[in-house]
Design a protein around this ligand. Structure first.
Ligand SMILES: O=C(O)c1cc(=O)[nH]c(=O)n1[C@@H]1O[C@H](COP(=O)(O)O)[C@@H](O)[C@H]1O
Length: 239
């Protein structure tokens, strides 16, 4: 269980990220650096975030042949990140290669970053999955299938919608992480997301961690909104 909401730092450059974080000086954060930011700022920003003492989920969603993913992960392990991900659709051989790559790149005496796999993106609807991926099953069936494959490949957890979190726990185990983006407050617009859940429902349904982006980053008062989301996630707010 990751107690603080993971803030998705979906910014386009180094300066706006640092500006945003100024309001959080007194908070020890878990932040997510995704492809928008990492492709612009690379390892330099990761080093800075570590200097601030924040935990880092590097969300690059690797999906390639096993050999490429193995070597990419070996390099990423040297960045001193706490969590990283791949797409489960890359298959069990790719996921195992990612894991051995991470292990090989982790310095002796350091903790290997957690490795999780995306099941079905929270922006994917069942209709889209059927029409575009040609998967003739329910979205829950597909997510559970990918979760089991990820579990059997030895990874630490999955990215899914909180909607599926409880069912995933049943087919894996309690410790297997269910990291859930697609989090919105009641009053928020859902934007491009399809399978959205509030922080308090995510807690009740069995998420291990929530990932929150625009609700916080686009808020008029990001710190206050973060504290509100955190309180709801911790279970101290109104259900
Ligand atoms: O792997 C992810 O983090 C991820 C997986 C997924 O299925 N859905 C999803 O939204 N994400 C990420 O979570 C964040 C959600 O952002 P907001 O929709 O702004 O809260 C984005 O940075 C996405 O890249």
């Amino acid at each position: 269980m990751i107690n603080t909401p993971i803030i998705a730092l979906d910014f386009s450059n180094y300066d706006s990220t640092i500006d945003f974080l100024r309001a959080f000086d007194s908070e020890s954060l878990y932040v997510k650096v995704g492809m928008e930011l990492f492709y612009q700022t690379g390892p330099e920003l990761i080093g800075k975030l570590k200097e601030y003492g924040h935990k880092i989920f590097l969300d690059l969603k690797l999906h390639d042949i096993p050999n490429t993913v193995h070597h990419a992960m070996k390099g990423l392990a040297r960045l001193d990140i706490d969590m990283v991900n791949v797409h489960a659709a890359g298959g069990s051989n790719m996921m195992k290669a990612a894991l051995t790559g991470l292990e090989a790149g982790t310095e002796i005496g350091k903790k290997r970053p957690l490795l999780i796999a995306v099941t079905q993106l929270t922006s994917t609807s069942e209709e889209q999955m059927k029409n575009e991926q040609l998967i003739e099953h329910s979205i829950l069936h597909s997510v559970l299938h990918y979760a089991k494959l990820t579990y059997q490949s030895g990874l630490d957890g999955v990215v899914c919608s909180a909607i599926e979190a409880r069912e995933i726990e049943k087919v894996t185990n309690k410790e297997f992480l269910r990291v859930t983006p697609g989090i919105r407050l009641e009053e928020d617009s859902i934007d491009d997301q399809k399978r959205v859940v509030t922080p308090q429902s995510a807690r009740n349904i069995g998420s291990s961690a929530i990932v929150v982006g625009r609700t916080i980053t686009k808020s008029a008062d990001p710190l206050q909104t973060y504290l509100k989301v955190k309180q709801l996630w911790e279970g101290n707010g109104n259900d």
